[in-house]
Design a protein. Structure first.
Length: 113
């Protein structure tokens, strides 16, 4: 007979910080820091990046299409991709800054050190 290994009892996580709005205290036990933006804010930020990329692609396509004469298949695709990237990256930067500002505001302006 092979002896069974001793049972390991997990120790509870110690949280010195009081529970705040947005924390997952008493939920399924997952550790979520308090003061984070809501899930809706993340979804809105993601959708804004997607729409900005789509509209940037439309603008890039239109600019190349208006300025090009003759066979412009590759140029139009490059304009579409570059426009989409510029739009998505620009709005992505703004979305990240807004989400960070929301998190700091909900924490009460205290920086994590």
């Amino acid at each position: 007979m092979v002896p069974e290994p001793p049972a390991v009892i997990p120790s509870p996580a110690v949280n010195d910080e009081p529970a705040r709005k947005g924390s997952n205290e008493g939920g399924d036990g997952a550790l979520v820091p308090g003061g984070l933006p809501s899930r809706g804010a993340y979804v809105l930020a993601f959708l804004s990046v997607v729409f900005a990329g789509a509209f940037g692609g439309i603008i890039g396509y239109g600019l190349v299409d208006v300025g090009c004469k003759g066979d412009c298949g590759a140029s139009v695709v490059i304009g579409l991709v570059v426009g989409a990237l510029i739009g998505a990256i620009g709005v992505g930067v703004v979305a990240v800054l807004v989400l960070r500002a929301m998190a700091e505001w909900q924490r009460g302006g205290k920086r994590a050190r």
